[in-house]
Write a protein that binds this ligand. Structure first.
Ligand code: 0CM
Ligand code: SF4
Length: 338
């Protein structure tokens, strides 16, 4: 190890697409814009996106991340993360006299709307997703009486519904496409009349990143995925890479987490990143690899992406004034709620 020039036979396959999706880009810019327009602090309920570096960088600029709405002092501005929130969280913010900015990805909002519609038609909704994930908590909160969570094929045996002719499945946006289809097949076997969501709930970005890593995994000995441990879509890339044939695959937040030992006997390294990962972190991984003889980089392109989302409309309002008015109207000392 440690050669400073390109070594014969050593190469890097770089996935495309990788990194930021439209929903993450929008959410991160929304925090930055809010800080510019209204000044610090801007509270953010939950990590705006599941990435350590993004959170640390925004904290330095004046964002304060909290897990519960009740932690935000009355009269403040609070932003909801890209993963979405349950309606009850909007009520908490109103009770807490907070001005809100909703950075929920429009593709998560789409799933919320599907849940509301099917619950309105009195369907039993089987939500495929990972227990405890913020997005699943938010979506379930739209219709808790109608939704039950199915966390993988292993959960199917325990699913009971009121009327097997009125059942629909929906899903978290950031799941493994293949594993979800396994779960759906098992559900269909149990409930032959199960209906599918009107359009894909697993978002375009999740699907495209998995397609690229699949192609890469067929050729790479090792696949390094840049992403944080709590990032569902990033973790799925590690699983997909291994299933596609990579001998090993690891998730790292930063280049310095890569272990030299992972390179033993490796000639092709695949590199990709989750939807919440800034490109600078990938560049650092590529530099780390280049310093060890992996200088040749080939792009593995699985799809082209051009989608963008407009910023949350609340950013057009004077939220400092609104927050102050909320406190003045209903009284409040500015101290946090119990
Ligand atoms: O949902 P996941 O854990 O993959 O979140 P993330 O912040 O890593 O990625 C972007 C999103 C959403 C919603
Ligand atoms: Fe939206 Fe998909 Fe990005 Fe999540 S991963 S923020 S659902 S585009």
């Amino acid at each position: 190890m440690g050669a400073m020039t390109a070594s014969p036979g050593r190469r890097v396959l770089l996935a495309a697409p990788r990194g930021y999706c439209a929903g993450v880009d929008r959410a991160v810019i929304a925090v930055e814009k809010a800080l510019e327009q209204y000044g610090a602090p801007i509270y953010v309920r939950h990590e705006i996106v599941h990435n350590k570096y993004v959170v640390q960088t925004l904290e330095k600029k004046g964002a304060i991340f909290v897990e519960r709405t009740e932690e935000v002092p009355p009269g403040s501005i609070v932003m909801f993360s890209a993963h979405g929130v349950a309606p009850v969280v909007h009520e908490e913010a109103e009770r807490g006299r907070l001005a809100t900015i909703d950075a929920t990805c429009p593709l998560v909002t789409k799933v919320h709307k599907e849940a509301v519609r099917f619950a309105g038609d009195d369907y039993d909704i089987l939500l495929i997703g990972h227990e405890g994930h913020e997005e699943v908590i938010g979506t379930t909160g739209e219709a808790p009486a109608h939704i039950q969570l199915v966390d993988g094929p292993g959960d199917v045996a325990g699913v009971e519904v009121r009327d097997p002719s009125k059942v629909v499945w929906l899903s978290q946006t950031t799941l493994s496409v293949d594993e979800t289809m396994e779960t759906v097949d098992a559900l269909k076997e149990k409930f032959p009349q199960l209906i599918s969501p009107p359009s894909d709930d697993i978002c375009y970005a999740t699907q495209n990143r998995q397609l690229a890593v699949k192609q890469m995994g067929e050729q790479a000995d090792l696949v390094v995925v840049v992403g944080s441990r709590n990032s569902s879509n990033s973790k799925r890339l590690v699983e997909v890479a291994k299933l596609a044939g990579a001998r090993a695959s690891y998730l790292v937040d930063f280049a310095d987490e890569i272990d030299e030992a992972w390179l033993e006997g490796v000639s092709t390294v695949g590199v990709t990143s989750g939807a919440s990962v800034p490109e600078v972190l990938v560049e650092q991984v590529l530099a780390w690899l280049a310093a060890r003889g992996f200088e040749d980089v080939e792009l593995v392109r699985a799809a082209e992406e051009s989608i963008t989302f407009s910023l949350p409309k609340e950013l057009r309002r004077d939220l400092r004034e609104e927050a102050a008015a909320l406190v003045a109207e209903r009284g409040g000392s500015g101290t946090p709620q119990a």
